[in-house]
Write a protein that binds this ligand. Structure first.
Ligand SMILES: CC(=O)SCCNC(=O)CCNC(=O)[C@H](O)C(C)(C)COP(=O)(O)OP(=O)(O)OC[C@H]1O[C@@H](n2cnc3c(N)ncnc32)[C@H](O)[C@@H]1OP(=O)(O)O
Length: 420
């Protein structure tokens, strides 16, 4: 770091160092400004202050001014096979516009990945403000999500048997939090990419600052029950609207979870049917969610895909051994990793649906790729065969690509349940 030309006349900046709690306001203020400077709601600010792990956060200072920030939550993320693997949730990354493009981010990524390795965490994950930023540091998009603006007048859901047995009742979002979290916790092991809720994180789902609603309703919650058991929930707002033809409101879905297909269908049907609305706006849903296959007209749902979680294998051997493989795999990867050279070289992965090992080897390579391709394929959402077709994976031993590609797949699409 330290290229000495810049908008501030060439003042040198320093190496990143760990944040102190009393520096948080300055540090976070610098981050907010890097994101454009809009003022955040006090409730959101207070929660993020509480959730920040200052001991895992770093800043770059130029005199008394904070010019770079980066943090890392300590998540547990589900990987294929169901294990909850420690993953550093990289967050709050920003560099002052006066100090941009002179290596401040690079110095923070260097320090952070060294730190993550020293904490014994084999994965770092993030959501990117811009996809072009993080590839050079070894991250790759590993999960995608589905957005839709559903015309609920013309696209109608067909529900499975048992849906009518599910009872729905309104509940206050904050008061029903424990019941919702119990449902969420049961779903976490079943889908790669899901994050076990850490203390405090459950509150992000019911933050409801009045200043962020515009003309929409406060957050609403409906609980689903089968018998006495809470089996699901949906949180949403309603944004009323009127056109010359009549009511034209929008339901904005914020969260939905169900323990069984009938519960999920009952919640979706409810959201389709709220009076005085004609659009159901959904963002960030799993790409394989059932509602898409229940609607009468998918085109009227205006679906679109978005990139979601970026994965970086910080310790290739430990990360690949932490997940399982849906069919037997025995392949040698030749891995290129310029930013974390401890990963570079040959690794033999032997795995099946029960478990896996991944060790250093001197055997000949079967497949060559960079750590980014392993990150993309890690959760089973991007196939190694597709990456090979894109010229990013090279097959040396005939048959190795199909073997690894099928083995890395996941029957359930990986999904990031919330931003961070
Ligand atoms: C996980 C999260 O928090 S995502 C949020 C990221 N933060 C933001 O988007 C806030 C606004 N932007 C910023 O704060 C800064 O511009 C940052 C953090 C994106 C980049 O910081 P900088 O200190 O300027 O990056 P740095 O100088 O280390 O750049 C390293 C390389 O990345 C490239 N790069 C940096 N930002 C971008 C970008 N937005 N798009 C494409 N390339 C980029 C640089 O050109 C440079 O390339 P080179 O090595 O080929 O010369």
């Amino acid at each position: 770091m330290g290229r000495s030309t810049g908008n501030d006349g060439g003042t040198r900046t320093n190496e990143p160092r760990v944040l102190r709690r009393d520096e948080w306001d300055t540090w976070y203020g610098s981050l907010t400004r890097a994101f454009g400077g809009a003022v955040e709601a006090p409730e959101r600010l207070a929660l993020y202050r509480e959730l920040t792990r200052v001991d895992r956060s770093i800043g770059v200072w130029d005199g008394a001014e904070c010019v770079g920030s980066a943090g890392a939550f300590d998540f547990r993320m589900t990987v294929p096979g169901g294990a909850a693997v420690p993953a550093a949730g990289v967050t709050m990354v920003g560099v002052a516009a006066t100090h941009r493009r002179r290596g401040v981010l690079t110095s923070m990524m260097r320090r952070q990945l060294d730190d993550v390795r020293s904490w014994g965490e084999s994965l770092a994950v993030l959501t990117a403000s811009e996809p072009a930023i993080y590839g050079r540091f070894g991250y790759a998009a590993a999960t995608f999500h589905l957005n839709a603006d559903i015309d609920t007048v013309r696209a109608r859901p067909a529900v499975p048997e048992g849906t009518d047995d599910v009872r729905l009742r309104y509940a206050a979002p904050a008061e029903s939090l424990d019941a919702c979290e119990a449902v969420y916790a049961r779903l976490v092991p079943g889908r790669p990419g899901m994050l076990a809720r850490r203390p405090g994180w459950e509150r992000t789902g019911v933050l409801d600052p009045a200043g962020e609603r515009g003309d929409a309703s406060p957050l609403q919650c409906v609980l689903a029950r089968r018998g006495d058991e809470v089996t699901g929930y949906a949180r949403f707002r309603v944004r009323p609207g009127w056109s010359a033809e009549g009511p034209d409101g929008t339901v904005e879905l914020k969260a939905l979870a169900g323990l069984d297909p009938a519960t999920e269908a009952a919640l979706w049907r409810f959201l389709f049917d709220i009076d005085l609305t004609s659009t159901l706006a959904v963002r960030g849903r799993p790409v394989d969610e059932a509602w898409q296959y229940q609607v009468s007209d998918i085109r009227r749902c205006r679906p679109s895909l978005g990139d979601a979680l970026y994965v970086r294998l910080v310790d290739v051997g430990a990360a690949l051994a932490a997940r399982t493989y849906q069919t037997p795999v025995d392949v040698v990867f030749e891995v290129e990793d310029a930013f974390c050279p401890w990963n570079a070289g040959r690794w033999r992965l032997s795995g099946d649906p029960k478990g896996a090992s991944c060790e250093r080897t001197t055997d000949a390579a079967d497949l060559t790729l960079s750590v980014r391709e392993l990150g993309a394929a890690y959760l089973g959402g991007v196939s190694l065969a597709s990456l090979a077709a894109a010229g990013r994976v090279r097959e040396v031993r005939p048959g190795a690509l199909a073997e690894a590609s099928v083995g890395f797949g996941s029957d359930v699409a990986p999904w990031l349940p919330h931003g961070f």
